[in-house]
Design a protein around this ligand. Structure first.
Ligand SMILES: *Cc1c(COP(=O)(O)O)cnc(C)c1O
Length: 402
Protein backbone atom coordinates (compact mmCIF):
# COMPACT_ATOMS: atom_id res chain seq x y z
CA UNK A 1 0.00 0.00 0.00
CA UNK A 2 1.45 3.36 -0.93
CA UNK A 3 0.21 6.91 -1.07
CA UNK A 4 -1.10 8.14 -4.39
CA UNK A 5 -0.30 11.86 -4.18
CA UNK A 6 1.01 12.76 -7.65
CA UNK A 7 2.69 15.95 -6.40
CA UNK A 8 5.51 15.83 -3.86
CA UNK A 9 4.99 18.58 -1.30
CA UNK A 10 6.80 20.09 1.66
CA UNK A 11 5.99 18.60 5.06
CA UNK A 12 3.02 20.54 6.50
CA UNK A 13 3.33 22.18 9.90
CA UNK A 14 -0.15 23.02 11.25
CA UNK A 15 -2.20 20.33 13.05
CA UNK A 16 -5.28 20.84 10.85
CA UNK A 17 -3.17 20.67 7.70
CA UNK A 18 -1.61 17.43 8.86
CA UNK A 19 -5.00 15.98 9.88
CA UNK A 20 -6.59 16.79 6.49
CA UNK A 21 -3.59 15.41 4.59
CA UNK A 22 -3.45 12.26 6.70
CA UNK A 23 -7.17 11.58 6.35
CA UNK A 24 -7.25 12.18 2.58
CA UNK A 25 -4.43 9.83 1.59
CA UNK A 26 -5.98 7.30 -0.80
CA UNK A 27 -4.42 3.84 -0.59
CA UNK A 28 -3.07 2.38 -3.80
CA UNK A 29 -3.67 -1.36 -3.89
CA UNK A 30 -1.58 -4.04 -5.50
CA UNK A 31 -4.58 -6.41 -5.43
CA UNK A 32 -7.92 -5.48 -6.99
CA UNK A 33 -11.06 -5.50 -4.81
CA UNK A 34 -13.66 -8.03 -6.00
CA UNK A 35 -16.50 -5.53 -5.80
CA UNK A 36 -16.37 -2.04 -7.34
CA UNK A 37 -15.37 0.41 -4.58
CA UNK A 38 -17.82 3.13 -3.54
CA UNK A 39 -15.99 6.29 -4.63
CA UNK A 40 -17.65 8.43 -1.98
CA UNK A 41 -16.17 11.76 -3.00
CA UNK A 42 -17.50 14.96 -4.50
CA UNK A 43 -14.34 15.85 -6.41
CA UNK A 44 -11.19 14.36 -7.92
CA UNK A 45 -7.91 16.29 -7.84
CA UNK A 46 -5.84 16.62 -11.01
CA UNK A 47 -2.06 16.69 -11.37
CA UNK A 48 -2.08 20.15 -13.00
CA UNK A 49 -4.34 22.78 -14.58
CA UNK A 50 -3.98 21.27 -18.02
CA UNK A 51 -5.30 17.89 -16.83
CA UNK A 52 -8.18 19.47 -14.89
CA UNK A 53 -9.10 21.50 -17.96
CA UNK A 54 -9.26 18.32 -20.02
CA UNK A 55 -11.27 16.19 -17.59
CA UNK A 56 -13.63 19.04 -16.67
CA UNK A 57 -14.50 19.69 -20.31
CA UNK A 58 -14.80 15.98 -21.18
CA UNK A 59 -15.67 13.93 -18.11
CA UNK A 60 -15.22 10.63 -19.94
CA UNK A 61 -11.45 10.87 -20.13
CA UNK A 62 -11.07 11.27 -16.39
CA UNK A 63 -12.86 12.42 -13.27
CA UNK A 64 -13.24 15.95 -11.95
CA UNK A 65 -16.58 16.28 -10.16
CA UNK A 66 -19.08 13.59 -9.19
CA UNK A 67 -22.10 15.35 -10.69
CA UNK A 68 -20.49 14.86 -14.08
CA UNK A 69 -18.99 11.43 -13.51
CA UNK A 70 -17.81 9.13 -10.75
CA UNK A 71 -16.05 5.76 -11.16
CA UNK A 72 -18.78 3.81 -9.32
CA UNK A 73 -21.70 5.33 -11.25
CA UNK A 74 -19.76 5.05 -14.52
CA UNK A 75 -19.17 1.35 -13.76
CA UNK A 76 -22.92 0.86 -13.31
CA UNK A 77 -23.73 2.66 -16.59
CA UNK A 78 -21.24 0.46 -18.45
CA UNK A 79 -22.36 -2.77 -16.75
CA UNK A 80 -25.99 -2.01 -17.53
CA UNK A 81 -25.18 -1.27 -21.19
CA UNK A 82 -23.19 -4.49 -21.46
CA UNK A 83 -26.01 -6.74 -20.28
CA UNK A 84 -28.72 -4.73 -22.09
CA UNK A 85 -26.86 -4.99 -25.41
CA UNK A 86 -26.11 -1.27 -25.77
CA UNK A 87 -22.92 0.44 -26.90
CA UNK A 88 -22.91 2.81 -23.93
CA UNK A 89 -24.95 3.47 -20.80
CA UNK A 90 -25.54 6.31 -18.35
CA UNK A 91 -26.72 5.82 -14.76
CA UNK A 92 -29.06 8.43 -13.27
CA UNK A 93 -30.73 9.23 -9.95
CA UNK A 94 -34.09 7.56 -10.68
CA UNK A 95 -36.19 6.02 -13.42
CA UNK A 96 -38.06 9.30 -13.95
CA UNK A 97 -34.71 11.10 -14.30
CA UNK A 98 -33.63 8.52 -16.90
CA UNK A 99 -36.86 9.04 -18.87
CA UNK A 100 -36.53 12.82 -18.65
CA UNK A 101 -32.88 12.63 -19.73
CA UNK A 102 -33.67 10.42 -22.72
CA UNK A 103 -36.56 12.59 -23.91
CA UNK A 104 -34.98 15.98 -23.16
CA UNK A 105 -31.92 14.91 -25.16
CA UNK A 106 -34.14 14.22 -28.17
CA UNK A 107 -37.06 16.68 -28.27
CA UNK A 108 -37.33 20.45 -28.57
CA UNK A 109 -40.32 22.82 -28.45
CA UNK A 110 -42.68 22.07 -31.32
CA UNK A 111 -41.59 18.42 -31.59
CA UNK A 112 -44.00 15.56 -31.26
CA UNK A 113 -43.96 12.35 -29.18
CA UNK A 114 -46.28 9.39 -29.75
CA UNK A 115 -46.80 7.52 -26.48
CA UNK A 116 -48.96 4.62 -25.22
CA UNK A 117 -52.34 4.76 -23.51
CA UNK A 118 -51.24 2.11 -21.01
CA UNK A 119 -48.23 3.79 -19.44
CA UNK A 120 -46.59 4.36 -16.05
CA UNK A 121 -48.58 7.16 -14.34
CA UNK A 122 -45.64 9.50 -13.65
CA UNK A 123 -44.37 9.08 -17.21
CA UNK A 124 -47.77 10.11 -18.50
CA UNK A 125 -47.62 13.21 -16.25
CA UNK A 126 -44.03 13.99 -17.32
CA UNK A 127 -45.01 13.76 -20.99
CA UNK A 128 -48.23 15.75 -20.78
CA UNK A 129 -47.31 18.31 -18.12
CA UNK A 130 -43.53 18.73 -18.13
CA UNK A 131 -42.87 18.26 -21.84
CA UNK A 132 -46.34 19.52 -22.78
CA UNK A 133 -45.61 22.66 -20.76
CA UNK A 134 -42.54 23.29 -22.90
CA UNK A 135 -44.58 23.08 -26.08
CA UNK A 136 -43.97 19.44 -26.97
CA UNK A 137 -46.99 17.79 -28.56
CA UNK A 138 -47.91 14.37 -27.15
CA UNK A 139 -50.21 12.01 -29.05
CA UNK A 140 -51.55 9.04 -27.08
CA UNK A 141 -52.27 5.75 -28.89
CA UNK A 142 -52.96 2.12 -28.13
CA UNK A 143 -49.43 0.71 -28.63
CA UNK A 144 -50.79 -2.81 -29.21
CA UNK A 145 -52.77 -1.57 -32.25
CA UNK A 146 -50.07 -1.24 -34.93
CA UNK A 147 -52.50 0.35 -37.42
CA UNK A 148 -53.33 3.06 -34.86
CA UNK A 149 -49.60 3.64 -34.25
CA UNK A 150 -48.95 3.91 -38.01
CA UNK A 151 -51.82 6.39 -38.35
CA UNK A 152 -50.52 8.48 -35.44
CA UNK A 153 -47.00 8.54 -36.91
CA UNK A 154 -48.32 9.47 -40.36
CA UNK A 155 -50.49 12.29 -38.96
CA UNK A 156 -47.56 14.66 -38.28
CA UNK A 157 -43.74 14.60 -38.16
CA UNK A 158 -42.79 12.73 -34.97
CA UNK A 159 -39.50 12.92 -33.11
CA UNK A 160 -40.04 10.05 -30.64
CA UNK A 161 -42.12 6.89 -30.55
CA UNK A 162 -42.21 5.85 -26.88
CA UNK A 163 -43.31 2.45 -25.54
CA UNK A 164 -43.08 0.23 -22.47
CA UNK A 165 -42.07 -3.42 -23.01
CA UNK A 166 -44.69 -4.67 -20.54
CA UNK A 167 -47.23 -1.96 -19.84
CA UNK A 168 -48.26 -0.97 -16.36
CA UNK A 169 -50.60 -2.25 -15.00
CA UNK A 170 -52.24 -4.17 -17.85
CA UNK A 171 -49.11 -6.18 -18.85
CA UNK A 172 -49.79 -5.47 -22.55
CA UNK A 173 -46.65 -6.30 -24.51
CA UNK A 174 -45.15 -3.91 -27.09
CA UNK A 175 -44.02 -5.55 -30.35
CA UNK A 176 -40.54 -4.00 -30.50
CA UNK A 177 -39.57 -5.26 -33.96
CA UNK A 178 -42.76 -3.88 -35.52
CA UNK A 179 -42.73 -0.61 -33.55
CA UNK A 180 -39.05 0.08 -34.28
CA UNK A 181 -39.72 -0.51 -37.96
CA UNK A 182 -42.73 1.85 -37.94
CA UNK A 183 -40.78 4.52 -36.04
CA UNK A 184 -37.83 4.36 -38.43
CA UNK A 185 -40.05 4.48 -41.50
CA UNK A 186 -41.47 7.75 -40.17
CA UNK A 187 -38.12 9.23 -39.14
CA UNK A 188 -38.80 8.85 -35.41
CA UNK A 189 -36.46 7.58 -32.66
CA UNK A 190 -37.85 4.54 -30.86
CA UNK A 191 -37.43 4.85 -27.08
CA UNK A 192 -38.46 1.98 -24.77
CA UNK A 193 -39.04 1.85 -21.02
CA UNK A 194 -37.94 -1.71 -20.23
CA UNK A 195 -38.45 -1.52 -16.45
CA UNK A 196 -41.15 -4.19 -16.11
CA UNK A 197 -39.17 -6.69 -18.17
CA UNK A 198 -35.59 -6.06 -17.00
CA UNK A 199 -32.65 -6.63 -19.37
CA UNK A 200 -32.83 -10.35 -18.60
CA UNK A 201 -36.45 -10.82 -19.71
CA UNK A 202 -36.18 -8.60 -22.81
CA UNK A 203 -33.50 -6.59 -24.63
CA UNK A 204 -35.29 -4.08 -26.88
CA UNK A 205 -32.02 -2.79 -28.40
CA UNK A 206 -31.52 -6.22 -29.99
CA UNK A 207 -35.02 -5.90 -31.52
CA UNK A 208 -34.49 -2.50 -33.12
CA UNK A 209 -35.05 0.05 -30.34
CA UNK A 210 -32.79 3.13 -30.42
CA UNK A 211 -32.69 3.95 -26.72
CA UNK A 212 -33.74 1.99 -23.65
CA UNK A 213 -34.60 3.57 -20.30
CA UNK A 214 -34.90 1.77 -17.03
CA UNK A 215 -36.02 2.36 -13.47
CA UNK A 216 -33.18 0.53 -11.71
CA UNK A 217 -35.18 0.95 -8.49
CA UNK A 218 -37.22 -2.07 -9.50
CA UNK A 219 -35.62 -5.33 -10.66
CA UNK A 220 -32.00 -4.16 -10.91
CA UNK A 221 -31.83 -3.52 -7.19
CA UNK A 222 -34.55 -6.09 -6.63
CA UNK A 223 -34.60 -5.61 -2.90
CA UNK A 224 -36.34 -2.26 -2.42
CA UNK A 225 -33.27 -0.46 -1.08
CA UNK A 226 -32.37 2.39 -3.42
CA UNK A 227 -33.63 4.53 -6.28
CA UNK A 228 -31.80 4.64 -9.56
CA UNK A 229 -32.22 4.83 -13.32
CA UNK A 230 -30.27 4.05 -16.45
CA UNK A 231 -30.33 4.74 -20.18
CA UNK A 232 -28.43 2.86 -22.84
CA UNK A 233 -28.02 2.82 -26.59
CA UNK A 234 -25.55 3.90 -29.25
CA UNK A 235 -22.85 6.37 -28.14
CA UNK A 236 -24.20 8.97 -30.57
CA UNK A 237 -27.38 9.18 -28.43
CA UNK A 238 -25.93 8.53 -24.96
CA UNK A 239 -23.40 11.39 -25.41
CA UNK A 240 -26.35 13.78 -25.53
CA UNK A 241 -27.69 12.23 -22.31
CA UNK A 242 -24.29 12.64 -20.73
CA UNK A 243 -24.36 16.36 -21.66
CA UNK A 244 -27.86 16.64 -20.18
CA UNK A 245 -26.74 14.97 -16.94
CA UNK A 246 -23.85 17.38 -16.64
CA UNK A 247 -26.10 20.45 -16.77
CA UNK A 248 -29.41 19.18 -15.35
CA UNK A 249 -27.69 17.21 -12.55
CA UNK A 250 -29.89 14.18 -11.74
CA UNK A 251 -26.77 12.27 -10.71
CA UNK A 252 -26.90 8.86 -9.07
CA UNK A 253 -24.95 8.60 -5.81
CA UNK A 254 -21.90 6.32 -5.72
CA UNK A 255 -23.48 4.34 -2.90
CA UNK A 256 -26.69 3.68 -4.84
CA UNK A 257 -24.62 2.72 -7.89
CA UNK A 258 -22.74 0.19 -5.77
CA UNK A 259 -25.99 -1.32 -4.45
CA UNK A 260 -27.30 -1.59 -8.01
CA UNK A 261 -24.08 -3.23 -9.26
CA UNK A 262 -24.53 -5.88 -6.56
CA UNK A 263 -28.17 -6.27 -7.62
CA UNK A 264 -27.18 -6.90 -11.25
CA UNK A 265 -25.11 -9.90 -10.20
CA UNK A 266 -28.22 -11.79 -9.04
CA UNK A 267 -30.72 -10.46 -11.62
CA UNK A 268 -31.17 -13.71 -13.56
CA UNK A 269 -31.61 -16.00 -10.60
CA UNK A 270 -34.12 -13.63 -8.95
CA UNK A 271 -36.18 -13.08 -12.11
CA UNK A 272 -36.26 -16.80 -12.93
CA UNK A 273 -37.61 -17.53 -9.45
CA UNK A 274 -40.02 -14.58 -9.48
CA UNK A 275 -41.33 -15.47 -12.97
CA UNK A 276 -41.90 -19.08 -11.89
CA UNK A 277 -43.81 -17.84 -8.82
CA UNK A 278 -45.79 -15.39 -10.99
CA UNK A 279 -46.81 -18.12 -13.45
CA UNK A 280 -48.03 -20.37 -10.63
CA UNK A 281 -49.95 -17.52 -9.01
CA UNK A 282 -51.46 -16.37 -12.34
CA UNK A 283 -52.57 -19.95 -13.12
CA UNK A 284 -54.19 -20.24 -9.70
CA UNK A 285 -55.93 -16.86 -10.04
CA UNK A 286 -57.24 -17.72 -13.51
CA UNK A 287 -59.03 -20.76 -12.05
CA UNK A 288 -60.39 -18.80 -9.05
CA UNK A 289 -64.19 -18.36 -9.01
CA UNK A 290 -63.98 -14.77 -7.71
CA UNK A 291 -61.53 -13.65 -10.39
CA UNK A 292 -62.96 -12.30 -13.65
CA UNK A 293 -59.76 -12.05 -15.68
CA UNK A 294 -56.00 -12.44 -15.35
CA UNK A 295 -53.38 -10.51 -17.34
CA UNK A 296 -50.01 -12.25 -17.43
CA UNK A 297 -47.80 -12.52 -20.54
CA UNK A 298 -46.81 -16.08 -19.55
CA UNK A 299 -50.42 -17.37 -19.75
CA UNK A 300 -51.83 -18.63 -23.08
CA UNK A 301 -54.93 -16.46 -22.38
CA UNK A 302 -52.86 -13.25 -22.64
CA UNK A 303 -53.72 -11.39 -25.86
CA UNK A 304 -50.03 -11.26 -26.82
CA UNK A 305 -48.88 -14.63 -25.52
CA UNK A 306 -47.12 -15.56 -28.80
CA UNK A 307 -45.34 -12.22 -28.98
CA UNK A 308 -44.20 -12.56 -25.37
CA UNK A 309 -42.92 -16.08 -26.10
CA UNK A 310 -40.92 -14.72 -29.03
CA UNK A 311 -39.47 -11.60 -27.48
CA UNK A 312 -39.18 -12.46 -23.78
CA UNK A 313 -37.35 -14.84 -21.49
CA UNK A 314 -40.32 -15.91 -19.34
CA UNK A 315 -43.43 -13.96 -18.44
CA UNK A 316 -41.85 -11.63 -15.89
CA UNK A 317 -42.98 -10.99 -12.33
CA UNK A 318 -46.02 -8.74 -12.79
CA UNK A 319 -49.51 -10.25 -12.66
CA UNK A 320 -52.67 -8.17 -12.92
CA UNK A 321 -56.18 -9.46 -12.39
CA UNK A 322 -59.75 -8.25 -12.19
CA UNK A 323 -61.86 -9.36 -9.26
CA UNK A 324 -65.56 -10.04 -9.82
CA UNK A 325 -66.81 -6.66 -8.67
CA UNK A 326 -65.56 -3.10 -8.57
CA UNK A 327 -63.44 -0.90 -6.28
CA UNK A 328 -65.06 -2.13 -3.05
CA UNK A 329 -64.28 -5.79 -3.78
CA UNK A 330 -60.77 -5.01 -5.03
CA UNK A 331 -59.99 -2.98 -1.90
CA UNK A 332 -61.36 -5.82 0.22
CA UNK A 333 -58.78 -8.18 -1.26
CA UNK A 334 -55.94 -5.70 -0.66
CA UNK A 335 -57.05 -4.80 2.85
CA UNK A 336 -57.20 -8.46 3.93
CA UNK A 337 -53.61 -9.08 2.90
CA UNK A 338 -51.25 -9.61 5.81
CA UNK A 339 -48.20 -10.85 3.90
CA UNK A 340 -48.36 -8.90 0.64
CA UNK A 341 -47.08 -5.33 1.08
CA UNK A 342 -49.63 -2.66 0.15
CA UNK A 343 -47.37 -0.45 -1.91
CA UNK A 344 -46.94 0.75 -5.46
CA UNK A 345 -43.30 -0.35 -5.60
CA UNK A 346 -42.41 -3.47 -7.54
CA UNK A 347 -39.49 -5.72 -8.34
CA UNK A 348 -38.76 -6.40 -4.69
CA UNK A 349 -38.09 -9.77 -3.03
CA UNK A 350 -41.34 -9.02 -1.16
CA UNK A 351 -44.57 -9.42 -3.07
CA UNK A 352 -46.51 -6.17 -3.37
CA UNK A 353 -50.15 -5.50 -4.25
CA UNK A 354 -51.70 -2.29 -5.50
CA UNK A 355 -55.03 -1.01 -6.78
CA UNK A 356 -53.94 1.02 -9.82
CA UNK A 357 -57.22 2.98 -10.23
CA UNK A 358 -56.77 4.62 -6.80
CA UNK A 359 -52.95 4.79 -6.65
CA UNK A 360 -50.56 4.76 -9.63
CA UNK A 361 -53.32 5.85 -12.01
CA UNK A 362 -55.48 7.73 -9.49
CA UNK A 363 -54.68 11.17 -10.88
CA UNK A 364 -55.96 10.54 -14.39
CA UNK A 365 -59.61 10.89 -15.39
CA UNK A 366 -61.93 7.84 -15.16
CA UNK A 367 -62.33 8.06 -18.96
CA UNK A 368 -58.54 7.93 -19.52
CA UNK A 369 -58.31 5.03 -17.07
CA UNK A 370 -61.04 3.08 -18.83
CA UNK A 371 -59.37 3.73 -22.20
CA UNK A 372 -56.09 2.38 -20.79
CA UNK A 373 -57.86 -0.81 -19.68
CA UNK A 374 -57.67 -0.02 -15.96
CA UNK A 375 -60.97 -1.00 -14.40
CA UNK A 376 -62.04 -0.38 -10.79
CA UNK A 377 -61.71 -4.10 -10.06
CA UNK A 378 -58.14 -4.38 -11.37
CA UNK A 379 -55.31 -5.29 -8.99
CA UNK A 380 -51.61 -5.50 -9.77
CA UNK A 381 -49.28 -7.89 -8.02
CA UNK A 382 -45.50 -7.69 -8.31
CA UNK A 383 -44.50 -11.20 -7.36
CA UNK A 384 -41.52 -11.67 -5.06
CA UNK A 385 -39.63 -14.65 -3.75
CA UNK A 386 -41.94 -15.95 -0.99
CA UNK A 387 -43.52 -19.43 -1.15
CA UNK A 388 -46.49 -19.32 -3.56
CA UNK A 389 -48.79 -21.16 -1.10
CA UNK A 390 -48.37 -18.30 1.36
CA UNK A 391 -49.23 -15.73 -1.31
CA UNK A 392 -52.32 -17.71 -2.30
CA UNK A 393 -53.50 -18.01 1.31
CA UNK A 394 -53.04 -14.25 1.75
CA UNK A 395 -55.11 -13.43 -1.36
CA UNK A 396 -57.73 -16.07 -0.56
CA UNK A 397 -58.66 -14.27 2.67
CA UNK A 398 -60.08 -11.29 0.77
CA UNK A 399 -61.22 -13.18 -2.34
CA UNK A 400 -63.34 -15.59 -0.33
CA UNK A 401 -65.38 -12.64 1.02
CA UNK A 402 -66.50 -11.50 -2.43
C1 LIG B 1 -41.05 2.89 -11.30
C2 LIG B 1 -41.14 3.13 -12.75
C3 LIG B 1 -40.63 4.31 -13.32
C4 LIG B 1 -40.03 5.40 -12.48
O1 LIG B 1 -38.90 4.98 -11.82
P1 LIG B 1 -38.37 5.67 -10.45
O2 LIG B 1 -37.10 4.97 -10.20
O3 LIG B 1 -39.42 5.47 -9.41
O4 LIG B 1 -38.19 7.12 -10.75
C5 LIG B 1 -40.72 4.45 -14.69
N1 LIG B 1 -41.29 3.51 -15.47
C6 LIG B 1 -41.80 2.38 -14.96
C7 LIG B 1 -42.40 1.39 -15.88
C8 LIG B 1 -41.74 2.15 -13.59
O5 LIG B 1 -42.24 1.02 -13.09
Amino acid sequence: MSDTDPRPRPGPKGFSTRAIEAASRVPRLEQMPTSVPIYQTATFASADTDELGRVASDGRSGFAYSRISNPTTTALGSAYAEIAGGEAGVALASGMAAIHAALASLVRTGDRIVAPLAIYGSTRAQLLRTFGGFGVEVAIVDMTDLDAVATALAAAPTRVLYAETIANPTTFVADHTALADLAHRHGATYVVDNTFASPYVCRPLELGADLVVHSATKFLDGQGRVLGGAVCGPKKLTEEIFKYLRTAGPTLSAFNAWVLLKGLETLKIRIDAQSANALRLATWLEAHPQVARVFYPGLPSHPQYELAQRQQQGGGAIVSFEVKGAREQAWQVVDHCRLLSITANLGDTKTTITHPASTTHGRITPEARAAAGISEGLLRIAVGLEAVEDLQADLERGLSLI
